[in-house]
Design a protein around this ligand. Structure first.
Ligand code: C2G
Length: 128
């Protein structure tokens, strides 16, 4: 069974997120999402609208997602890949190159981001 992992906040889940999850799942048989906790989001200078529990609940309803685990720090990727027996690490290409150090453990694939949608733009548009 080919296992995929991806990481993120996935706040105000939108079709750009879903397209990433869909394409990640297509690369194998099982997709784990490491979801940023509210505390870790502070380290990413992000404040999610939905709590971790609610973002987890929403992601678990997505047919491409098989498992949701917490992302609590920057350093856990190396252990996660061994712990969960991951074959492919996937991120959007805004992260291109940033996780190449994982190539010694698994395949690293950056998928192109979906243009025209982002959680930031949703928040901005709703403010106007
Ligand atoms: N994404 C995308 N297209 C968009 C918006 C997001 O493909 N229009 C992708 C991002 O590239 C990322 C994933 O969806 O791979 C989740 O996006 P975020 O929640 O913004 O993730 P981020 O805050 O970048 O967290 O350790 C890694 C970090 O936790 C990544």
């Amino acid at each position: 069974m080919k296992k995929i992992i991806t990481y993120g906040t996935f706040d105000l889940l939108h079709w750009g997120h879903v397209r990433l999850l869909e394409r990640a799942k297509e690369l194998g048989d099982h997709l784990t999402v490491a979801l940023s906790t509210d505390e870790f989001n502070l380290l990413k200078h992000k404040e999610a609208y939905h709590s971790f529990e609610h973002r987890k609940y929403i992601l678990e309803a997505i047919k491409y997602v098989d498992e949701v685990i917490p992302e609590t720090d920057w350093e856990q990727k190396t252990t996660d890949i061994d712990l969960y027996d991951i074959d492919i690490f996937v991120m959007g290409d805004d992260w291109t190159g940033k996780f190449d150090f994982l190539k010694s453990q698994c395949e690293v694939i950056y998928l192109n981001r979906t243009d025209g949608i982002s959680t930031t733009s949703i928040k901005k548009d709703l403010k106007e």
